[in-house]
Design a protein. Structure first.
Length: 350
C-alpha cells in the first residue's frame, strides 16, 4: 500500500476547513493529522471546537485531534490553508519558510509573481514558478494557491474558448452564495428578501486573477493574457453555488456549435492522469433553457464540474452563457486538494 501524506488544515473549523475534512475522509493519498484555528478553538478537541455545518456527520477520525495554533511545527508533511486573508500572509509564509508545502485558498499570495495561481486543467505548466520560489524559501517549502471561488467558474469556461478561438474580452456578472462569506457570514436580515451589490475586493480579484491564470509562462515569468475582463459581483440568498452570467468577445469568428463542442469536450491533464478529485467532465453543458441552477447543478461531478447553460449569441459581444460552480468544493477545498494531487503526480510532494 502506498503511504498517505499527512496533512495539516489551517482554519480547520471554518466553512472551507469543514469541506476539507469532508473531502479528505477516506482520501487515498492524504490523512489529516493536524488541525489549527483561532485561539477561540485552540486546546480543544476538534469535535468540541467545531460546530459541524455540512450535511452528514463529522468524520470520526478527526474528532479527537487537538486544535493548535497555526504556527510551525505541526505534525504533517504539508498544510492546506483556509485562513482569513488578513492573517494568511504571515502565517502561510512562516510554514513555507519552515519547509512545508502550503496549498492555500486564501487571496494573500495569489498575485505574487513567483506563486502559481493554479487550476490543474487550465495552467498546470505554471507550476514552473516553483523554481523561482526556491530563492524565497531555501528550506524547500513553497506556496501554491487556488483562485477566488467566482474566478474559477469563469476561467474554466473561458479556457477552452481561449484555446480554440482566443478571447479578447469577457464581462462577468456574479450571483454568489452566502457560504462564500464563511460562517456566520452575512446577517440574515441583510440577505433575506435582498441582493447585496457589493462583495469587498471580489470584482478586482476576478479581473486580475483571470488574466494571470490564462496567461503564459516564459522565462520564469507569467505574462498576463491580453484580454479585458470586467466583473460585477452580487451576494444572493442561496446557500452554496456561485453563478456567473458571462459575455465574451472572441478573437476568431466561431459558430455556436463550435463553442458548444469546445466546452463539452474540454479535457485536460487531471483527467488524463486520472487524479482522484478530477471530474470526468470539467464542464457539463446543459441545453435546457432554465439551467444551470445552484440547487440542482452545484453537485455535478461531486461538486468539481462547472455547469454551463444559456449559451447564446450576444448582440453586444459575440456570445453569452451562464456558468455555475460549487464555491466551497470547486471554488475552495476541492480545488486545493486537486492542486495537491497534481503536485504529487508531478513529483513536487515527496
Ligand atoms: N467560503 C468560500 O466559499 C471560500 C471560497 C474560496 C476561498 N475562501 C477563502 O478561504 C478562507 C476561509 O474562508 P471560510 O469561508 O472557511 O471562513 P470561516 O468560515 O470564517 O472560517 C475561518 C477559519 O479561520 C480560523 N481563524 C479565524 N481567525 C483566526 C486567527 N486569528 N488565527 C487562526 N485562525 C483563525 C477560524 O477559526 P475559529 O473557528 O477558531 O474562529 C476558522 O477555522 C478565506 O481566506 C476565504 O477568503 C473561501
Amino acid at each position: 500500500m502506498t503511504r498517505k501524506y499527512r496533512v495539516g488544515i489551517l482554519g480547520a473549523t471554518g466553512m472551507v476547513g469543514q469541506r476539507f475534512m469532508q473531502l479528505l475522509e477516506n482520501h487515498p493519498q492524504f490523512e489529516v493529522t493536524a488541525v489549527a484555528a483561532s485561539d477561540r478553538s485552540q486546546g480543544k478537541n476538534y469535535g468540541d471546537a467545531c460546530t459541524w455545518r455540512l450535511g452528514g456527520e463529522m468524520p470520526s477520525a478527526i474528532r479527537s485531534l487537538k486544535v493548535q495554533a497555526p504556527a510551525p511545527p505541526l505534525d504533517c508533511d504539508l498544510v492546506f490553508s483556509s485562513l482569513p486573508g488578513d492573517i494568511a500572509r504571515e502565517t502561510e509564509s512562516s510554514f513555507a519558510s519552515a519547509g512545508y508545502p502550503v496549498i492555500s485558498n486564501s487571496s494573500a499570495f495569489r498575485m505574487d509573481e513567483d506563486v502559481p495561481l493554479l487550476i490543474p486543467e487550465v495552467n498546470h505548466d505554471h507550476l514552473g514558478l516553483l523554481e523561482k520560489q526556491r530563492q524565497r524559501y531555501p528550506s524547500g517549502g513553497y506556496i501554491v494557491t487556488n483562485p477566488n471561488c467566482s474566478t474559477i467558474g469563469l476561467v474554466i469556461a473561458l479556457a477552452p474558448l481561449q484555446n480554440a478561438f482566443g478571447v479578447e474580452a469577457a464581462i462577468a456578472t456574479t450571483l454568489q452564495a452566502v457560504s462564500g462569506a464563511g460562517y456566520p457570514g452575512v446577517a440574515s436580515l441583510d440577505i433575506l428578501d435582498n441582493v447585496l451589490p457589493y462583495i469587498g475586493g471580489e470584482e478586482e480579484k476576478i479581473e486580475t486573477e483571470t488574466t494571470k491564470i490564462l496567461g503564459s509562462l516564459a522565462d520564469g515569468t507569467i505574462k498576463s493574457a491580453p484580454m479585458k475582463v470586467s466583473a460585477q459581483c452580487h451576494r444572493v440568498n442561496v446557500a452554496d453555488g456561485h453563478l456567473v452570467a458571462a459575455r465574451v468577445k472572441l478573437t476568431r469568428k466561431a459558430g455556436i456549435e463550435d463553442l458548444r463542442n469546445a466546452l463539452r469536450t474540454y479535457r485536460s491533464l487531471p483527467q488524463e492522469l486520472g487524479l482522484h478529485s478530477a471530474p470526468q467532465h470539467p464542464i457539463v453543458v446543459r441545453d435546457e433553457p432554465d439551467r444551470p441552477q445552484p440547487k440542482y447543478d452545484r453537485d455535478a461531478g461531486a461538486g468539481m464540474s462547472v455547469t454551463i447553460g444559456r449559451l447564446l449569441p450576444d448582440a453586444v459581444l459575440d456570445y453569452r452563457f451562464v456558468s455555475l460552480s460549487h464555491n466551497t468544493i470547486r471554488g475552495a477545498a476541492g480545488a486545493a486538494i486537486l492542486n495537491a494531487e497534481l503536485l504529487i503526480a508531478k513529483g513536487y510532494l515527496k
